[in-house]
Design a protein around this ligand. Structure first.
Ligand code: CP
Length: 310
């Protein structure tokens, strides 16, 4: 694997290998006082975030450091991007400075693919840490890792992805990855928050959350992305919460074993009730924890070649 740009086209064997490596790394680090592995010593990883992030940026930084890579963080406001330098020139500069891997988050869909094209003559790998409304592949991989842990596997499992599908790169990556791994996906959203081409996706679509909950193994709530709704928010926050928020009453409709996921950041009280977010049923902190191991695994597969996980 040279780059990780999307879950669309990521084959089952490669995805499974990354998830297996993440599991092995988690086990290897469990209970250790010293968390560092020497695997990526001498490698340089640069994170380049043009949009805000807590979980993704921090967990990539921790992942690189736990693998002994040198990690450098670049943000658009603190770099020459703020003086008007283009994404292409910034990327070529970072590659020339010695980046073995550039991890990029950008508001434009397709930015990570463009970056990989511009860097094709270099040895530098690119990881998409979220590009506009397109994809967020490491989020889907950590979601799959969490579901595998909680449910024992994904084959034949039914996952409801609920809410603002239209603006969600998390939803797109999860649809591709979960179906590749053998799960069924039902998208549950108001018609105004579904993309026009959704009928060609390998999913079923529903507008009625209450009708779906008793038949799912997991429910993945999406963040409502007000910052991408330039024409205003419809339905209103109150209408959304009533129809699509996961309340305690709705949680009781789920089967006993079903898991609740949210990629974060959560809008408590609107997308998810606090009592649900903080319940044992919710795997939200597991998702964050697994995010570190999954991102370690991605860096390992991109940068460590065939070496053993050490
Ligand atoms: N889930 C996610 O991408 O969170 P951040 O925006 O905090 O990275």
């Amino acid at each position: 694997m040279k780059h990780l740009l999307s879950c669309e086209g990521l084959d089952r064997d490669t995805a499974t290998a990354v998830l297996d490596t993440a599991g092995a790394l988690k086990q290897a680090l469990l209970g250790r006082e010293v968390r560092k592995l020497p695997t990526l010593r001498g490698r340089t990883v640069i994170t380049m975030f043009y949009e805000n992030s807590t979980r993704t940026r921090v967990s990539f930084e921790i992942a690189g450091k736990w693998m002994s890579a040198d990690v450098v963080n670049v943000s658009s406001s603190g770099s020459s991007v703020s003086k008007g330098e283009s994404l292409r020139d910034t990327a070529l500069t970072l590659a020339a400075a010695g980046a073995d891997c550039v991890i990029v988050r950008h508001p434009a869909s397709g930015a990570a693919h463009r970056l990989a094209n511009w860097l094709s003559g270099t040895h530098t790998s690119v990881v998409n840490a979220g590009d506009g409304m397109h994809e967020h592949p490491t989020q889907a991989l950590l979601d799959a890792a969490t579901l595998r842990e909680r449910l024992g596997g994904l084959n034949g499992r039914r996952v409801a992805i609920v809410g603002d599908v239209l603006h969600s790169r998390v939803a797109r990556s999860n649809v591709h990855l979960l179906t590749t791994l053998g799960a069924e996906v039902v998208l549950v959203a108001p018609p105004t928050l579904l993309p026009t081409g959704v009928n060609s996706w390998p999913v079923t679509v529903s507008h009625e959350l209450d009708a779906e909950l008793s038949a799912v193994d997991a429910v993945m709530l999406l963040r409502v992305q007000a910052e991408r709704m330039h024409g205003g928010f419809f339905p209103s926050a109150r209408e959304y919460s009533i129809a699509y928020g996961l309340s305690e009453a709705r949680m009781r409709l789920l089967p006993e074993h079903a898991v609740v996921l949210h990629p974060g950041p959560m809008l408590r009280g609107m997308e998810i009730a606090s009592a649900v977010a903080d319940s044992p049923r919710a795997a939200i902190t597991d998702q964050v924890r697994n995010g570190v191991h999954v991102r370690m695994a991605v860096l390992y597969h991109l940068l460590a070649g065939e070496e053993e996980v050490a």
